[in-house]
Design a protein around this ligand. Structure first.
Ligand code: NAD
Length: 471
């Protein structure tokens, strides 16, 4: 990557000589890169470029859009190794997982849109009307650090496919994969100004992006707090918003479930990316009379997850992405002890042999009380809450008892029963007996977890306005 000191505006790499942001290696704490802490002027230039490019790109042919996305897909494949290592260093996800998820998923998602686009109905007949789906306009994309390229791809691929133009502001903590993306797009036939990248802080360049009148939609992934600011700013100007935010998802293990398989599936999901996953199953609901057995199984499962160097192929649990995130998670573990939940594994001390980098022990609390802060608040680290319940109705009540609703799981020997319970969860997706992740299915949140959907045709529709021609 040769362009980390620049922004990508109107098809050009534009030098930046102002202040910079340090990018740290999660496993060591070392500074590994510096990117621009750009000013509002750079963001305004990028928005102007996207605005100027919109008229032509919104009229581009489907073939032209498909060609660019095919070139992007080829570039993502070609640079997959570099993407995996970059994100592994920035975020701390072990390299084996980063290769499959952080580098693999962006290419997979791009492919799903390439397959869908030729048959997507950009217009349809409705009685005497022709209903047309038109691009929404200039889109501001703001993304977090935990799956830094995946979250960008989920926005820019359907936006470009819809005929929108884009200004991307990547996360400060993990911006480098967005630069790889910009370099790939720079080598495609995408006309200048359709994609722009401005690096910087949320409070400055992000703020300009969400408030600028030329931006007609903000597609955001990040914390519920920032999502709230964006919703307020968008309301003043009636901008469209798509918000993917936090979660505190429940894994409901019904009394007839295979407890060992359900606990293993829940722990693996909870600890993925060291718990820095919005959909993490962080609340494991178990029948009260099997609580202790579930805690023993969870303890055995986390014991196999010794934190280690994320660049080593055998590591299964890496560090957290930043010192700030590590400290926040440790504070939550201390809070869990103060609130009187039972610490059954892990704890607030640094794991042995991990004096550098942002490591935290995989931690399990038992007898966690519904309504407590530990049970209600998103921790975003390797911390599992085991919550006993009395009966099925109690389990559903507890599962639905947070402000969030992003993901969930239900486990039962009876598939129909599991589906019935899953259908009562107020959440955007539910994994039934460990069902597979599906990149074509809609993804998003109920309540404080989000507005709108990503993935598949639902992700594309977010970027389209509807127009009726009455004929
Ligand atoms: P964050 O909200 O702090 O930051 C996200 C992005 O918003 C960053 O690019 C940041 O610079 C920008 N930002 C911050 N303040 C801003 C402002 N005032 N105006 C405009 N932009 C601003 O979130 P984070 O800590 O980077 O990410 C972690 C959060 O993201 C967690 O809550 C997690 O659950 C959530 N998340 C959700 C999903 C999902 O799909 N639902 C996926 C991944 C992460």
């Amino acid at each position: 990557m040769n362009n980390l000191s620049k922004n990508y505006i109107n098809g050009e790499w534009v030098n930046w000589s102002g202040p910079t942001l340090d990018v740290h290696e999660a496993g060591t704490g070392d500074v590994i890169a510096k990117v621009p802490a750009s000013g509002r002027d750079e963001m305004e230039q990028a928005i102007a470029a996207a605005d100027a490019a919109f008229a032509d790109w919104s009229e581009s042919s489907l073939d032209q859009r498909i060609k660019v996305l095919e070139q992007l897909h080829a570039g993502l494949k070609e640079r997959a190794g570099e993407i995996a290592e970059t994100v592994c260093r920035e975020v701390g996800m072990p390299i084996k997982l980063a290769t499959g998820i952080q580098a693999g998923l962006p290419a997979t998602i791009t492919k799903t849109y390439l397959k869908m686009l030729p048959d997507f109905p950009f217009s349809e007949q409705c009685g005497n009307s022709e209903v047309q789906y038109a691009p929404v306009g200039v889109v501001g994309c703001i993304t977090p650090w935990n799956y830094p390229l995946h979250q960008v791809i989920l926005k820019i691929v359907p936006a470009i496919a819809a005929g929108c133009t884009v200004v991307l502001k990547p996360a400060e903590i993990a911006p480098q994969s967005a630069y790889i993306l910009a370099e790939i797009l720079d080598g495609t036939d995408l006309p200048k100004g359709v994609f722009n990248l401005v690096s910087g802080e949320g409070q400055t360049v992000g703020d300009t992006l969400i408030k600028h009148p030329a931006v007609r939609m903000v597609s955001f992934t990040g914390s519920t707090r920032t999502g709230g600011l964006i919703a307020h700013a968008a309301a003043d100007d009636f901008k469209r918003i798509a918000l993917e935010m936090g979660g505190k998802s429940a894994s409901v293990i019904l009394p007839d479930a295979d407890l060992a398989a359900a606990v293993k599936g829940t722990v693996n999901n909870c600890l993925l990316n060291s718990g820095q996953t919005c959909t993490a199953l962080t609340r494991m609901l178990v029948p009260a009379d099997r609580h202790d057995e579930a805690c023993e199984l969870a303890t055995a499962a986390v014991a196999r997850m010794t934190p280690g160097n994320p660049l080593e192929a055998t590591t299964r649990l890496g560090p957290l992405a930043s010192a700030q995130q590590r400290d926040k998670v440790i504070d939550y573990i201390k809070l869990g002890i103060e609130e009187g939940h039972t610490l059954v594994a892990g704890g607030p001390e640094a794991p042995e042999g991990c004096d550098k980098g942002y490591f935290v022990k995989a931690t399990v609390f038992g007898n966690v009380k519904p309504g407590s802060r530990l049970e209600q608040e998103e921790i975003f680290g390797p911390v599992l809450c085991v919550i006993p319940y009395q009966d099925e109705a109690d389990a559903i009540r507890i599962a639905n008892g947070t402000q969030y609703g992003l993901s969930g799981a239900v486990w039962s020997a009876d598939a129909d029963r599991a589906k019935k319970v899953a259908s009562k969860l107020r959440t955007g997706q539910v994994f039934v007996n460990g069902g597979d992740f599906n990149p074509l299915a809609p993804f998003g949140g109920f309540g404080h977890s989000g507005i709108g959907r990503e993935f598949g045709k639902w992700g594309l529709e977010e970027f389209l306005e509807v127009r009726s021609l009455q004929l």
